[in-house]
Design a protein around this ligand. Sequence first.
Ligand code: SME
Length: 161
Amino acid sequence: MRDYREVATRLRAICQGERDEIALMATFSQELFASFDGFDWVGFYRVVSPNILKIGPYQGGHGCLTIPFDKGVCGAAARTATPQLVADVEQFDGHIACASSTRSELVIPLMDNAGGVRAVLDIDSDQPDFFTPADIEPLTAMMADILTPIYNAEAYQGEGV
Ligand code: SME
C-alpha cells in the first residue's frame, strides 16, 4: 500500500495559508507526480460550466483540453461524483486516450462542502492495474484538506501584494 503521509504533510506545510486554486492545484499535482514512480500523469480537470470539464494544472504529457461529463473516465467521475478506479483503460467504454502509454487510471472528484463537484483529480499510470481502492481515501482526504476549503469561504480576492 502506498504511503501518502509524507506527501500529505509536505503539501499541508507548503500550501499553508494559500487560497488560490491554480497555485494549490499546481503544487498538489507536482508533489504527487514527483513522489510516486508510476504516477505518469497527474492533474486536475475543472468544472467550468454545467457538464464541461476543462484542463487545469497538471504534470506529464499534454492532456486534452475539454472533456464533457458524458465522456471518459474523468467525465464519469464528475457526473457521478464518485471515484473511478480503472485497472485496464482498454476495458473502460469511452476512455479518452490522451497518451497511448496509459494503462490504468484513477480519477477522484474534488467536492465542495455543499456536495458540488468542482474538479476531478486524474492520475494515470503506464503500468496496468497500478491503483488500488486503498489509494482513494488518502487522496480524497488530501484534497478535502488542501483544496475544499477554498470553495467554501468568501471569494478569493488575491493577495493584494
Ligand atoms: N483518460 C482520461 C482523459 C484525460 S487524460 O488521460 C490526461 C479520461 O478518459 O477521462
